[in-house]
Design a protein around this ligand. Structure first.
Ligand code: NAD
Ligand code: NA
Length: 399
């Protein structure tokens, strides 16, 4: 079938198998170009492995330090004339590249919040790897069915105390406008968002993996967080999602306690704002990202997910000097370049100036759009999008 982008709101309903494969290939090439990561991970479980930071983590582990990887995600293959999801195609491409490189790679498609998928992952680790020495937790989801209570929690993206009015952009149309977002109406919205995006499920994973004896001595685990600039605080860090991130970060000492007798350690890494399927759904944030990209590219310090994860692994998690600088709250900061004072000052200035009329000129809205379409395998010069392509692609390790 001929697959073109079909956009509705901030999501793209179609994905291109060859384009997503190109995306994966480009990420692999980047990691290889940086050389081997000394003392990197060898057996890795990535939860949320099919897109965004999780996929980039998996690629970095595999092609940066020859790690065997098991990836868990929630994706759909092609069905009834509809292409599969980007994460499905990404994984198919990743597994094929891993196989040709002689690297073990298997995947589990299902609800990572469930007890059943945790069991499946544990069985697979036992059967094929014995133990894992790194667990990456990179889920981003709008909902979670709690495995113990059966309650279905839905997260919300809202301010907490007051309405929030600021600029936002429709990045497809290039229109800048004001948006007012009403605060949560009840504490339940906050609790639900924490239930979905907080640290409980990360803890459940580590508890189950530990109880099954599949965590190696010295195991590391890392989950991802975000802070960002003050202008997005009301909707992000001080909003419902920020409360969930607080909870995730507060889970670090709890997990460290669990890992103590294994000499293991857990981290939260605060990552840079990037175009992913999840971040394009947050109001205000896409305008910030398009201005941030402009400033960081001009300074030669722009990074995408793969550059971020390669730096996280090589310079932080597995730094050769064994020294790891953490912030005052014990977090790894690979958002350090985003948060540099000179970067933030310039973004703040552009923020005040941004209008529909000057958007193309003062922001990198074009780069934003490009990266958005790249997520779904579009806008790659190597791919002929007019040509028929086979949408029925299998992930080798999944029947
Ligand atoms: P993403 O949407 O690209 O990836 C989410 C992953 O989770 C996918 O692999 C998806 O299949 C998987 N997933 C979702 N629900 C699932 C379920 N029920 N069961 C199994 N798998 C499921 O998101 P991302 O932007 O890479 O986010 C990953 C983490 O990084 C999140 O914690 C996010 O808050 C954080 N982060 C994102 C940014 C950003 O700007 N995008 C910045 C800093 C931190
Ligand atoms: Na991810």
């Amino acid at each position: 079938m001929i697959i073109q982008p079909r956009v509705r709101g901030f999501i793209c309903l179609t994905s291109h198998p060859e384009g997503t494969a190109q995306n994966v290939k480009n990420q692999i090439e980047y990691v290889k170009s940086k050389g081997k990561i000394a003392n990197g991970p060898k057996k890795v479980l990535v939860i949320g492995a099919s897109t965004g930071f999780g996929l980039a983590s998996r690629i970095t582990a595999a092609f940066g330090s020859d790690a065997a990887t098991i990836g868990v995600f929630f994706e759909k293959p092609a069905a009834e004339g509809k292409p599969g999801t980007a994460g499905w195609y990404n994984t198919a491409a990743f597994e094929k590249e891993a196989q040709s490189a002689g690297l073990y790679a298997k995947s589990i498609n299902g609800d990572a919040f469930s007890d059943d998928i945790k069991k499946q992952a544990i069985e697979l680790i036992k059967k094929d790897l014995g133990q894992v020495d790194l667990v990456v937790y990179s889920l981003a989801s709008p909902r979670r069915t709690h495995p113990k209570t059966g309650v279905a929690h839905a997260s919300v993206l809202k301010p907490i105390a007051n309405p929030f009015t600021n600029k936002t952009v429709d990045f497809h149309a290039g229109v800048v406008s004001d948006i007012s977002i009403q605060p949560v109406e009840n504490e339940e919205d906050v609790a639900n968002t924490i239930a979905v995006m907080g640290g409980e499920d990360w803890k459940f994973w580590i508890e189950d993996l530990k109880a099954a004896g599949v965590l190696a001595d010295g195991v590391k685990t890392v989950a991802y967080s975000y802070i960002g600039p003050e202008l997005t605080y009301p909707i992000y860090r001080n909003g419902t999602i920020g409360k969930a991130k607080d909870d995730l970060e507060n889970t670090v000492p709890v997990i460290n306690d669990l890992l103590k007798d294994l000499n293991g350690i857990s981290y939260v890494s605060v990552n840079k704002a990037l175009v992913t399927q999840s971040s394009s759904a947050i109001p205000v944030v896409p305008l910030y990202i398009s201005l941030l990209y402009k400033v960081m590219k001009a300074k030669g310090i722009h990074e995408g997910t793969i550059e971020q994860m390669q730096r996280l692994f090589a310079d932080r998690l597995y730094s050769t000097d064994g020294k790891l600088t953490l912030d005052e709250k014990g977090r790894i900061r690979v958002d350090d370049w985003e948060m540099r004072a000179d970067v933030q000052e310039e973004v703040a200035k552009l923020w005040d100036e941004a209008t529909t009329e000057n958007l193309e000129e003062i922001s990198d809205i074009k780069g934003y759009r490009d990266e958005f379409f790249n997520l779904f395998g579009f806008n790659f010069p190597e791919v002929n999008y007019e040509a028929d392509t086979n949408e029925v692609i299998t992930v080798p390790s999944i029947e």
